[in-house]
Design a protein around this ligand. Sequence first.
Ligand code: MN
Ligand code: MN
Length: 317
Amino acid sequence: MTVSDGFFQPVSGMDLPRFAGVPTFMRLPSVPPEHARFGEVDIGLVGVPWDGGTTNRPGPRHGPRQLRDASTMIRAENGATRVRPFERVKCADLGDVGPNPADLQDTMERVTAFYEKLVDAGIRPLTAGGDHLVSLPVLRALAKDAPLGMVHFDSHTDLFKSYFGGTMYTHGTPFRRAVEEGLLDQKRVVQIGIRGTAYDFEDRDFAAANGIRVIPIEECFARGWADVMTEACEIVGSAPTYVSYDIDFVDPAFAPGTGTPEVGGPNSFEALSVVRTLADVNIVGADLVEVSPPFDATGATAYLGASLMFELLCVMA
Ligand code: MN
Ligand code: MN
């Protein structure tokens, strides 16, 4: 399929230099839900500027704006796979979900309501976070009818039961809640790159007891990424699958601008390469979360984040 409609093409650096103009995601047209052409969009890029689930160093609420700016560096064609996503599907920047920074439950309801509009319009979302709690209200909209599989890149499982005794909604708990709420088919969930120090192994015990496949970083490097990703693709199969990418999956030498960095991770080339293996997965939505501009002194994390969003877009297209 070829998109001939010029409206859905990004502004080319040949027409307006990439440092000029109002920054939207990848220089795509701005098409909020009230726009007349909203219903034509195939893949919608959405910002969720919210870090109300953050338990340690904050800042991902500033992620979408920084990712939009960095994403103006992205050109039309993938240099590795030769995919030209904007010619395959109609893409647009759908804007930000307006959070209520003082109310966690209200914000999650706002996020779910926004994504329900996308589901109703047949739009697949590519989300820029925000912290990882953002994924939960997104999944509530996308998995309304049936649980999804998930490929999850992260240093952390985000499968913990709670924090401080009874706090159930943080960026360390979204996928525990998602399993409990029937949003994920746990036999079709794979978590890749897990590492770092821990308070305890309660999350890993939950994963083991529920059939969730956790692939720690030691196993990734011992087996090699191609082998690990072949297994990941087999686990999710051909049924509808969500892809969730926490930037702290990447080694902090390459992505220091995040709240909970863990050393000993993949480099930026490996970080991009693993996404390219998902071309045959049935991806119904994806996110890139936990970019924290206040800790991103050089902007390198945001640029890697924007590049990862482009890789995700290419395999979704
Ligand atoms: Mn995470
Ligand atoms: Mn993480």
